[in-house]
Design a protein around this ligand. Structure first.
Ligand SMILES: Cc1cc2nc3c(=O)[nH]c(=O)nc-3n(C[C@H](O)[C@H](O)[C@H](O)COP(=O)(O)OP(=O)(O)OC[C@H]3O[C@@H](n4cnc5c(N)ncnc54)[C@H](O)[C@@H]3O)c2cc1C
Ligand SMILES: NC(=O)c1ccc[n+]([C@@H]2O[C@H](COP(=O)([O-])OP(=O)(O)OC[C@H]3O[C@@H](n4cnc5c(N)ncnc54)[C@H](O)[C@@H]3O)[C@@H](O)[C@H]2O)c1
Length: 478
């Protein structure tokens, strides 16, 4: 394209990406100025609604129904269920498209056309972007909100026609007969368990041997043991080769003990993490600092990159790739872009993560690993309350970490049925720097799952008092 046919735009603010973070930034900036553009490559609707949080939870819910039917005998209820894979996937797409994606598109459609530009943006110089092949945008401030994409390693190239990722699995017409799930992170565990419960012969191939979403070794092991009771999991090793023939996609996997396993599958779901789209942005033209791993360095309080008028938000950061964080970061980045060069540092919320497996995995505040150098007491109980017994859901554990001196709740790791709700109560307590004693002032209904939270805090308190008594005995005998 010649310079003369290149369309040019000159604005104050350019937002790259119209996902959760980009739209969060747009909503703030558009209230203050007309001089902005939001550039989107690919379909609108956001990763969360189209191929992330929402379709995965819709699939998990169908799988939960199938699982409950299969286990209802325990309650004296005989039920028979048959999974119709086509209907499961049709319903998933219907709900996703008519509700979650449609809501988002409705919002995007209300954005005036002159604020929106479609095409892939990349920097061609400081303050200058090329969008697609025919548009050049000059802006004073930039918000990088262009998300991430599934990582697929070269070893899967021979079976690419059978490879699925979270970007493609929800578009299947029918459920496959068998699937290899590569990875043991959140996507692999959520979707692997759901597919298994929907009747797909599923094998999960991990790498590290650990469920790293949790950090306490006992919880990691217990999570693996529980999930392995109904799921076929090889936790530790690596895929060494793949090939395809009439039987399907063959996976050759070497376990960490050196033993090799070879098996053919209809499909292969690669869930081995995500890569930030920052690598396609031409950052070398901007002067932004990039660390050894290729990630942009930024200040999490302002989302500012180096000292430049460039801000970053959402999964593109490689840091806390979760929906609520993307939304917060978009808004923090917008506030700081609007106020540039004066920083507006934001108080970040305590970390909160829930994996929607059964049992659920949740982490709140500081992890056990992060607290290793600090004096803490651990409230630690099996995930059992009268309510959990009634539900016949007594697997797992809850750990709450208190500062040994003050009793302030610092963090927690949970593995248990519907842990999401206790996780949110703990998140509230941590947000307000509450002590166990303060939380214990709350009324707790009987029989409720929240009794477990009360009991684990009482356990932690008891340990704290016993530590204090030991210290007093020591000092009086010294
Ligand atoms: C399967 C799955 C399940 C998940 N489940 C949950 C969950 O239960 N709870 C939770 O909190 N989080 C969940 N997440 C994470 C959550 O979806 C993300 O954290 C969130 O969607 C990130 O939003 P974002 O705005 O950073 O990115 P996105 O929504 O991906 O937006 C970025 C946009 O930028 C566009 N883009 C990329 N490059 C360019 C470019 N050069 N120029 C212009 N545009 C560009 C992309 O096409 C994309 O549309 C899940 C993710 C996945 C994949
Ligand atoms: N419920 C939720 O909030 C939810 C659900 C799904 C996804 N997400 C978000 O999406 C992000 C991406 O999820 P993800 O599961 O792709 O990433 P992840 O980082 O959680 O897990 C990737 C896993 O793949 C393993 N791995 C990497 N290379 C491998 C290889 N060659 N062979 C075998 N295993 C390999 C890693 O050890 C890791 O366990 C998550 O970090 C999470 O923030 C959140």
């Amino acid at each position: 394209m010649s310079e003369s046919t290149m369309k040019t735009m000159n604005v104050e603010y350019a937002i790259i990406g119209a996902g959760t973070a980009g739209l969060g930034a747009y909503s703030k900036i558009s209230r203050k100025t007309d001089s902005l553009v939001m550039i989107q490559d690919g379909p609108y609707g956001t990763t969360c609604a189209r191929v992330g949080c929402m379709p995965s939870k819709l699939m998990i819910t169908a799988a939960d129904y199938a699982h409950h039917l299969g286990s209802s005998e325990f309650f004296g209820v005989t039920a028979s269920g048959r999974v119709d894979g086509r209907k499961v996937l049709e319903r998933l797409r219907r709900e996703r498209d008519n509700r979650f994606v449609a809501n988002n598109i409705r919002y995007v459609n209300k954005i005036p056309a002159h604020y929106k530009l479609e095409g892939r943006a990349r920097f061609i110089g400081p303050g200058r972007l090329r969008v697609g092949e025919s548009v050049e945008v000059t802006a004073k401030k930039f918000i990088l909100a262009c998300g991430s994409r599934p990582a697929i390693s070269e070893v899967f190239e021979p079976v690419m026609s059978r490879v699925l990722t979270s970007d493609t699995i929800f578009e299947l017409e029918d459920l496959p007969r068998s699937i290899a799930v590569i990875g043991m992170g959140v996507i692999a565990l959520e979707l692997g368990q759901a597919l298994h419960r929907l009747g797909v012969e599923t094998t999960i191939y991990g790498r590290s041997g650990k469920i790293n979403t949790l950090t306490h070794p006992d919880l990691q092991q217990q999570a693996l043991d529980i999930l392995s009771t109904d799921l076929n999991i090889y936790p530790s090793g690596q895929v060494v080769s793949t090939w395809e023939d009439a039987e399907g996609a063959w996976i050759e996997y070497e376990q960490s003990n050196g033993q090799r396993i070879t098996k053919a599958f209809d499909r292969v779901l690669v869930a081995t993490g995500r890569v930030s789209n920052v690598d396609r942005l031409g950052m070398e033209h901007t002067g932004v600092e990039v660390n050894e791993a290729g990630a942009v360095t930024f200040d999490p309080q302002t989302m500012r990159c180096s000292d430049l008028p460039i801000f970053i938000a959402g999964d593109v950061t490689d840091h806390l790739p979760l929906w609520h964080e993307a939304f917060d970061e978009g808004r923090i980045a917008a506030d700081n872009a609007l106020n540039y060069p004066n920083p507006v540092p934001a108080k970040r919320r305590p970390p909160l993560m829930v994996a929607f497996t059964d049992p659920q995995i949740a982490t709140i505040g500081q992890s056990f690993r992060q607290l290793q150098d600090r004096e803490i007491v651990i409230g630690d109980l099996p995930f059992t309350s009268p309510r959990h017994v009634v539900w016949n859901k007594v697997q797992g554990r809850i750990q709450v970490y208190l500062d040994a001196r003050t009793g302030v709740i610092l963090g927690a790791e949970l593995l248990g049925y519907a842990a999401e709700h206790l996780a949110h109560l703990l998140a509230l307590a941590i947000t307000h720097d509450m002590t166990a004693e303060q939380v214990l002032l709350m009324p707790v209904y009987h029989p409720s799952a929240e009794e477990l939270l009360r009991d684990v805090l009482l356990d932690a308190q008891k340990k704290r008092r016993s530590n204090e008594a030991d210290e007093m005995t020591l000092s009086s005998s010294a």
